[in-house]
Design a protein around this ligand. Structure first.
Ligand code: ADP
Ligand code: MG
Length: 272
C-alpha cells in the first residue's frame, strides 16, 4: 500500500528507479552493471551522474531513459511504469516525452538547423509552430543560422542545435551522455549555462552523465556511481569538491563494510 507521503514523492519524481539491477553477459560470465539502484529525480531538477569508467553511468542512463530494460526492478518515467509498456509504446514515449543530447551531436548533415530542430516533432506527427521554432532558436542563440547546415557550424553551435531539438518538444526529461565531452572548456560552459537556464526558466528536468567536475558543478545535485551503486551525493557542489570526491572514489581501498555503509547513506539521501 502506498502511503500519502510516498505518493507525493512519486509525483515529485519525474524519473524513479526502484531496486534496479542490470546484468550483462551470460550467467557464467555475468557483469553487474547496476546493483540494486533506487533513486528519484525531482521535476525541474538538474542532476549530474559521475563515477569511474565502468561504474555503470551509461547503463543507468539507458535504463532510466527506456533505451534498455533492467534485469529486475522498476523504472517510472513521467508517471508511467516503463516495464509495463511494449516496444511500440515505449518508442512513442521516448519520442514524445524524452529529449537526448549526446557527445556526438547526432544531427543530420543534409538538413538545415530548422529542419534538424523540428525533426522529432515531425516524426511524432506534430506540426512545428513557426513562432515556437523561432523562440527556441533565439533561446540557443541560433536564430540567424536557421538556414545553415550542421557542417557550417562550430561544435558548440551544433550542440546548441541539439539542445534546441531536445527543448522544442518540451520533454519530461532531457538525458545527456557527456553532452560537453567534445567541446572546449569555454564552449562547454556556454552549453551548460543554456541547460541550466532551461531548468531555471522552464522547469526542465535534466539528467547528465559527465566525467568533468566543471560540468557537474552546473547541476543541483551530483550522484556518484561506483561498481553499479550510488555511493555518494553532493548538493549544489563546487567543481573542486566534486573533483576531490571523484579522487576518493577512484582510489578508495574501502573494505566491503565501509562500502555498504556508504551505499546505505547515499541511498537514503538519494531517495528522499
Ligand atoms: P560507464 O558508462 O560508467 O563507463 P557502463 O554502464 O558502460 O559504465 O558499464 C558498466 C559495466 O557493464 C562495465 O563493467 C561494462 O564493461 C559492462 N557492460 C556495459 N555494457 C555491456 C554490454 N553490452 N555487454 C557486456 N558488458 C557490458
Ligand atoms: Mg559510459
Amino acid at each position: 500500500m502506498i502511503g500519502k507521503q510516498d505518493s507525493q514523492v512519486l509525483e515529485a519524481d519525474v524519473v524513479r528507479l526502484e531496486h534496479v539491477r542490470k546484468t550483462h553477459g551470460t550467467a557464467k560470465h555475468e557483469v553487474v552493471a547496476l546493483d540494486d539502484v533506487t533513486v528519484g529525480l525531482r521535476r525541474g531538477s538538474f542532476t549530474a551522474v559521475m563515477g569511474p569508467s565502468g561504474s555503470g553511468k551509461s547503463t543507468f542512463l539507458q535504463c532510466a531513459a527506456g533505451l534498455d530494460r533492467p534485469t529486475s526492478g522498476s523504472v517510472h518515467l513521467d508517471g508511467r511504469d516503463l516495464g509495463a509498456l511494449g516496444e511500440r509504446r515505449l518508442t512513442r514515449l521516448r519520442r514524445e516525452r524524452i529529449g537526448f543530447v549526446f557527445q556526438a551531436f547526432n544531427l543530420l548533415p543534409a538538413l538545415t538547423v530548422t529542419d534538424n530542430v523540428t525533426l522529432p516533432l515531425r516524426l511524432a506527427g506534430r506540426r512545428a509552430d513557426k513562432d515556437e521554432v523561432t523562440a527556441v532558436l533565439e533561446r540557443v542563440g541560433l536564430a540567424e543560422r536557421r538556414h545553415s547546415r550542421p557542417g557550417e557550424l562550430s561544435g558548440g553551435q551544433q550542440q546548441r542545435v541539439a539542445i534546441a531539438r531536445a527543448l522544442i518538444a518540451k520533454p519530461a526529461v532531457i538525458f545527456g551522455d557527456e553532452p560537453t565531452g567534445a567541446l572546449d572548456t569555454r564552449t562547454a560552459h556556454d552549453v551548460l549555462t543554456l541547460l541550466r537556464e532551461a531548468v531555471a526558466h522552464s522547469g526542465q528536468t535534466i539528467v547528465m552523465v559527465t566525467h568533468d567536475p566543471e560540468a557537474a558543478a552546473h547541476a543541483d545535485r551530483v550522484l556518484f556511481l561506483r561498481d553499479g551503486r550510488f555511493v555518494d551525493t553532493l548538493e549544489r557542489p563546487r567543481a573542486a569538491e566534486i573533483a576531490a570526491r571523484m579522487t576518493t572514489l577512484g582510489n578508495a581501498q574501502a573494505g566491503p563494510a565501509a562500502g555498504l555503509a556508504a551505499t546505505a547513506n547515499a541511498r537514503a539521501e538519494a531517495s528522499r
